[in-house]
Design a protein around this ligand. Sequence first.
Ligand SMILES: [Zn+2]
Length: 288
Amino acid sequence: MKDKRLLFAFPHPDDESFGPGGTIAKYAREGADVHYVCATRGEVGTVDPEMLKPYEHLPADQRLGALRGQELRNAADILGLTGLHYLGYRDSGMPGTEPNRDPRAFINADPDRVTGQLVKIFRSVQPQVVVTFDPFGGYGHPDHIFIHQRATEAFHAAGDPARYPEAGAPYQPQKLYWAVFPKSLIKFFVLLLRVTRRDATKFGRNGDIDLKEIAAHDYPSTTHVNIRPYYAIKQEASSCHTSQLSGGPARFGKIQKWFMMTEHFRLVEPNAGGQRLNERDLFQGVTG
Ligand SMILES: [Zn+2]
């Protein structure tokens, strides 16, 4: 076990690379143990049927998950992840869609059971720092919101010997962060869409992303990680998630690229007063 240990808890293969991929690559290369807890295999979504050909021996509803699991395996190797831990649920899809009702969907899981699974992993890999989504899940995906709730609960339960005694010896992580992004950029983008007469409430590949709603959930960051030296690694890891990239890897202009050289986090534990901080390192103040 390394001296520095960091754990990210998100629900889908790609959340790790498209989100804080640069931060994962940075700490892995600086010699920390970096773990990824992924609640599902991202079984919901449209994909080019050609890509599922190698998985035709599997039942139809497992093929996309198998493909995305392989994509995550490849991304994990590039990022330098120490451990990849699946919770074993199914992608719940966007609100109001049919996969929401699947009893295997992550959002239909027993909350205490999910918390117990997380507590067991926290106690086993002993991360000083835990990162999950904000209470709106970045853009409102029900799985993102659910992992936020469960990881928050597990953060507090892991150090309590009275809770989940069967999940191993108590271990209390020191810091809890939300992965966030500056909403000022989104607000600017909403304005830009309005000028070009496009609907900011029905954005994205499937028209299911409401940029106005996203901009309204503003969680200011406390911690800014410079990922410039790791940006190429993040791009390489992101490009492993081929099934989720329409028309090849995204290309960014110079200004966008400049914004992407920093990844943003909000410290919530310990930060009772919601103080404005200006951290540059997720391990700042971590002891032992
Ligand atoms: Zn996701």
